[in-house]
Design a binder for this molecule. Structure first.
Ligand code: AMP
Ligand code: ZN
Length: 115
């Protein structure tokens, strides 16, 4: 068995997190090192290491992940003012936790292009 990853530990409450929403398939929690006034992470509970491992069979999960964003954004007061969704894949993009996650960032003006 490979060692359990950090986000799998959060899913099973092995380490604490500020959880803001949960379904049977998804978990949303606050990033421990926020890069904006609002910085949420939204993850599938099932371990998928990177976007490269996402399969056609994961279509429903992937769509629910994306469809969860507008409601989270509304609740955080970001829907009208604007927000950014980021998914980093592998080293050059800066992925540090190898369990697929979507960053939801907002609450300040966000520069473009990103670093
Ligand atoms: P990435 O660089 O795209 O892999 O993003 C990983 C994110 O996980 C970073 O923004 C980290 O700040 C965040 N992170 C790391 N450990 C924790 C934790 N224990 N709880 C919440 N967020 C975390
Ligand atoms: Zn995991």
């Amino acid at each position: 068995m490979p060692a359990e990853c950090l986000f799998c530990k959060i899913v099973r409450r092995g380490i604490p997190a500020q959880i803001v929403d949960e379904t049977d398939e998804l978990l949303a929690f606050r990033d421990i090192n926020p890069q904006a006034p609002v910085h949420l992470l939204l993850i599938p509970k099932r371990h998928i290491a990177t976007l490269n491992e996402l399969k056609p069979a994961d279509a429903a999960l992937a769509s629910r992940l994306l469809l969860a964003v507008p409601e989270l954004a509304r609740r955080e007061g970001l829907a009208e003012r604007g927000y950014r969704v980021v998914m980093n894949c592998n080293a050059e993009a800066g992925q540090t936790v190898f369990h697929v996650h979507l960053h939801l960032l907002g609450g300040r003006a966000l520069g473009w292009p990103p670093g």
